[in-house]
Design a protein around this ligand. Structure first.
Ligand code: ARG
Length: 462
């Protein structure tokens, strides 16, 4: 191991850091992930300083050359990260000093780590959100494909996990499409709101140097500079927005994961997960376990906790910057990596998920799932009020249940015991295929409606 390097931040102190202080204060173990963004931000800052004649062109060139060398060193794993230098910003600046000498000290003119770290994190999140959006797009495409393939597969729809009404499996898939579409929108909004440049806010008050914040804004691809230097260094709303978007998306992934676990259980047997996404048991040779889906379910909880932690960190912070804010990156990186793998896992499972059509169909017809059809028939054909129809239908269901019959198995005579005006036409409406076909209200489960929604979704997700 190389010797410890004295921090360039300790000018005010005569003694070196207490090791325990270093241990709590350092963030390099996790914020080294920001090295690309830190260098990108520093290059833009140096170019602006030169353009504003705050540093010379040759100094700028020297600085940029040194920064690019450091970037390669880090990429090639040749960079020695030092915890006594606290964070990624000071590690890079210190190395720059070694490479180009005292000119390195000019880079921090009209800048503070307080605006630097927010800039880095915003740049990092922008890229990360773009990756999440790409992954969500692939997931949505798979869902649309599965919806299209299973549009004529009938399955039970549940409320309270009790049979409710028969539905199209395509409609079911498209319910998840809607959720992931909203997640997509949430991430796009988060990205849009965070894309304002904090660089130049410095420690918290701005600077007397004649900097050009619009120039760094343009160079770094931000939409505009932030308006208030105090807010700029203490704002972590964008982190909360991101963690909230991630939490909601993870919650959706967890719901589908839960259904996959439930459906693939031999108790339910609605679907089969492909072997390559399952594990086995060390003792029970017959086992095929849905571990990946279970882990997605658990990860949603970890992601949610990060949102709660961040809100907790922020809620009592006086303006402006406090070191509490350093912990935000841990939460962001953790939520991000858990979310990436969760999206990929659900995508992989859905790609090869086999629906057990026979079981789904059988189950769709059970639990008097066509009782609402019977009540509706009475309203439409015998002019009942819906309340009266509901009462009579409940009585018919009780009668059928007592005799171990389905509604469609009752004879016309049996129906007529409840109302003499019953006609044979009722049997057509009780058929579950017809029940699904008839739900043509906008957004309903009829195949005609589902096809329309699939078409719309395909257009958006080309
Ligand atoms: N590592 C710090 C962070 O992530 C950098 C910010 C500035 N530190 C400071 N002591 N003012 O928040």
């Amino acid at each position: 191991m190389s010797r410890k390097k004295e921090s360039i931040l300790r000018n005010r102190f005569s003694k070196k850091n207490n090791d325990i202080f270093t241990e709590i204060n350092t963030s390099i173990d996790f914020d080294k992930l920001l090295f690309n963004e830190d260098i990108e931000g520093s290059i833009a800052h140096a170019e602006m300083l030169a353009k504003q004649k705050i540093i010379s062109n040759s100094e700028k060139n020297k600085i940029i050359k040194g920064l690019k060398k450091i970037q390669i060193e880090i990429k090639k794993n040749k960079f020695v990260f030092r915890s006594e230098l606290e964070d990624i910003h000071m590690n890079i600046e210190s190395r720059l000093q070694e490479i180009i000498g005292d000119t390195a000290g000019k880079l921090h003119t009209a800048r503070s780590r307080n605006d630097q770290v927010v800039t880095d994190l915003k740049l990092w999140l922008r890229k990360d959100i773009d990756m999440i959006l790409e992954e969500l797009k692939i997931l949505k495409k798979i869902i649309i494909k599965n919806a299209e393939k299973n549009i004529n597969v009938l399955m039970p729809g549940f409320t309270h996990l009790q049979s409710a009404q028969p539905i199209s499996a395509g409609h079911y898939y498209m319910a998840y499409y809607e959720m992931f579409m909203r997640d997509t929108e949430r991430f796009i909004e988060t990205r849009g709101r965070l894309n304002k440049n904090p660089l130049g806010s410095c420690a918290m008050a701005g600077t007397s140097f004649k900097i050009d914040r619009f120039l760094t804004t343009k160079k770094l691809g931000f939409d505009k500079p932030t308006n208030n230097s105090i807010d700029s260094v203490s704002d972590r709303d964008f982190v909360i927005d991101f963690l909230y978007s991630a939490s909601t998306c993870a919650m959706h992934l967890s719901r589908i994961a839960e259904e996959i676990v439930l459906w693939s259980s031999n108790l339910v047997n609605f679907c089969e997960i492909k072997d390559d996404m399952m594990s086995s048991s060390s003792i029970m040779p017959q086992k095929k376990n849905p571990d990946a889906a279970e882990l997605v379910r658990a990860k949603a909880s970890l992601i949610n906790s990060n949102l709660s932690s961040m809100l907790g960190i922020m809620k009592s912070l006086p303006l402006s910057y406090s070191k509490d804010l350093q912990e935000d990156k841990k939460l962001v990186f953790d939520s991000s990596s858990n979310l990436h793998i969760s999206i990929k896992v659900i995508t992989e499972i859905l790609k090869s998920l086999k629906l057990n059509k026979k079981n789904l169909h059988l189950s769709a017809a059970q639990g008097f799932s066509n009782a609402t059809e019977l009540a509706d028939w009475l309203v439409k054909n015998l002019k009942y009020s819906f309340r009266k129809a509901h009462t009579v239908t409940a009585k018919i269901v009780n009668f059928a249940e007592k005799n171990s019959l389905k509604l469609e198995d009752l004879t016309l005579d049996q129906f007529r015991k409840f109302d003499a005006k019953f006609s044979n036409k009722v049997f057509k409406d009780l058929n579950i295929k017809n029940a699904v076909l008839s739900k043509t209200s906008y957004g309903g489960t009829s195949q005609i409606e589902v096809i329309k929604m699939i078409k719309k979704a395909k257009k958006i997700n080309k």
